[in-house]
Design a protein around this ligand. Structure first.
Ligand code: DC
Length: 214
């Protein structure tokens, strides 16, 4: 058995997965990797170099150069980088390159929290804890809308809602590693649950698994 206790957290964008993952990593003193940022970093490198987003060989090369330390969430969270990331995330060679790096990260002792779309199914299928965090598309669009308005920006709810559905569709229907819960994942629907309640639910699942592993 590896020296690392792995917590795999999957689910669609804006379901609360990121906040939950960071909180869990902090609570247990584990390393955290938002794997979406790795797809975003590869996409940004292509955009910055003026390279095409539809050439798998070039995209794979960029993916192999992504450094997992120092991924900047603020810079990488830009909307057009997310769109580009979702396009290159359908490419098997890009996924292979990033999954290798993510697996290496997952082995860091004493434990790791990885969040993404395919952690429990593909990246770390033997993880002792798998959570699938979801919420209805309406709730997720509303959260994103409130976040933008809260930061003083302007937003169009209908456009955000359409965007959430389009992104889900691309992530769920791609041939390689589509987003879906692992058979043994615990489902956490946060549509009507506060982040605090989701955190407590996750903690009891993790504590039970930790005591089984002890
Ligand atoms: O979670 P995010 O919005 O930062 O992810 C950006 C894109 O990368 C998104 O379209 C899905 C994709 N992705 C993926 O295919 N597999 C992962 N493990 C994480 C993200």
């Amino acid at each position: 058995m590896s020296d690392s206790f792995i917590i795999a957290i999957d689910g669609p964008a804006a379901a609360g997965k990121g906040t939950l993952s960071r909180g869990i990593a902090e609570q247990y003193g584990f390393h955290h990797l938002d794997t979406g940022l790795t797809y975003r970093a590869a996409a940004k490198a292509l955009i910055d170099a003026g390279l095409p987003l539809d050439d798998e060989t070039i995209a794979e090369k960029m993916a192999r150069e992504v450094e997992l330390t120092g991924l900047d969430r603020d810079i990488l969270s830009r909307h057009e980088i997310g769109e580009a990331a979702s396009k290159i995330a359908v490419m098997p060679a890009v996924r292979r390159a990033l999954v290798e790096a993510q697996r290496r990260f997952s082995e860091r002792p004493p434990g790791t929290v990885l969040d993404g779309r395919d952690i429990g199914t593909v990246v770390c299928p033997a993880a002792p804890v798998k959570l699938y965090v979801t919420a209805s598309p309406e709730v997720r669009a509303k959260r994103r809308y409130d976040e933008i308005i809260g930061k003083g920006g302007s937003a169009d709810f209908d456009a955000i809602f359409e965007d959430v559905k389009r992104r889900d569709d691309r992530d769920m229907n791609r041939a390689d590693s589509p987003m879906k819960p692992a058979n043994d994942a615990h489902l956490l629907d946060t549509s009507e649950m506060s982040i605090e309640a989701a955190f407590q639910a996750a903690r009891s699942i993790i504590d039970a698994a930790l005591s089984r592993n002890a």
